[in-house]
Design a protein around this ligand. Sequence first.
Ligand code: NAD
Length: 434
Amino acid sequence: MATLTAEIEKDTKKIPVKGMMNNVMMQFENAADQIQLHPNIKKILSITNNEIIVNFPVKMDNGEVEVFTGYRVQHNNALGPYKGGLRYHPTVDIDAARALAMWMTWKTSLAGLPYGGGKGGIKLDPSKYSQEELERITRRFTFALADNIGPEHDIPAPDVNTNSQTMAWMADTYMSTRPPAERTANQHVVTGKPAGSGGLEGRDRSTGYGVYLSIKFWAEKNKKSLKGKKFIVQGFGNVGYWAAYFLEKDGAKLVGVQDAYGSIQNQKGIGVEDLFNYSQVNDGSIVNFPNANPVLKNKFFALNCDICIPAALGNQITKENASKIKAKLIAEGANGPTNVDGEKILLDRGITIIPDILCNSGGVVGSYFEWLQNRNGELWQLDEVMSKLDKKLKESFNKVYEYSEREAMDMRTAAYCIAIQRIEKAYVQRGIFP
Ligand code: NAD
């Protein structure tokens, strides 16, 4: 068992997160061809508006100074302020930030929100830093981004390895560095804050809830029940946990989980709350959970199941493992988890993919509600938030599903077509300055 775990860990560290930009561009070009996007608009959307790279020093607990590199890419703001997460991970670089920012543009457009797309983060492994160091890193990063973010300009949110605490530090730093009269009016500079500090009740679960709803809507369209359906989840963080939580509540059975440290399975079922409680006292790791067996990293996606939810990083389902997947439905909780080669194999095998820009859009819709709540000085109740999410996500799902049926295309291409056409319309109506 110990050897297997060590092998799994070694295996996991090898995963490259590369080529996301290539992936998003191929997806974009495919949809652009389908809708015969005007070449001028294609030119605009093929590049990012702004790319900010900041190097900033932070004092460590031992008195030494470390210099960090942070990124913020603003892809497009034709529909409104840039919106998108900040990620703390060793794989963060300009290429990853560009790809993720582009995905945000399509996602916010598809969801019908008044936002554009942005993304960023810091290249670091947060497990190597104390809470105090992470706070100083976050505050200094916020300060370095300074006038490049803002509640009506670019609004970050949590992503991999960042959470409501990170957002609370960002909001506090941003507000503290504004002139006194502007301070409190600026708390919607970030979303995903804790509910006690301007955050929205339910924002924590909104992405995972949206993943669950997408699966539920798909099952309803296909006259299937979720009762007893087996599912596996890659990534047991914010998105993976909440998606599993709602699926289990609806009668589905979690049979496999993979996180950054290892993989586990139990075909009889893994209790979602039990696993969550276990991970909370094991530094966030699921490894060695007592009611499951370890699985090798490269065998994870081949586990027996009906639904597969990649909810960790990009480029996880590729030509190396797509042919081994047993699930009939892939619900993309993560951004860009399936690359173009992997997708082709899945589609040829008749496997349905609910694409990231639809499947995980509950997060940005929740963020939009938080932004509205702050802007309007309101406080929304949890049940109100959940029913608004339900309504908004159902509209998006139906739009994509019907488009894909009507045009006989996969759901990703359909989602892209809808998203890009909305942006195209804005450019056509407004023209290009000057
Ligand atoms: P998180 O930090 O809360 O959790 C990430 C999980 O992935 C952890 O369990 C971690 O151990 C696991 N993981 C990391 N590297 C891995 C690897 N190499 N192999 C397997 N597992 C690995 O992050 P999150 O907020 O849940 O985000 C997960 C994904 O969902 C990301 O792709 C993110 O962009 C996307 N997403 C998040 C939100 C949101 O609201 N948080 C919204 C939309 C999309």
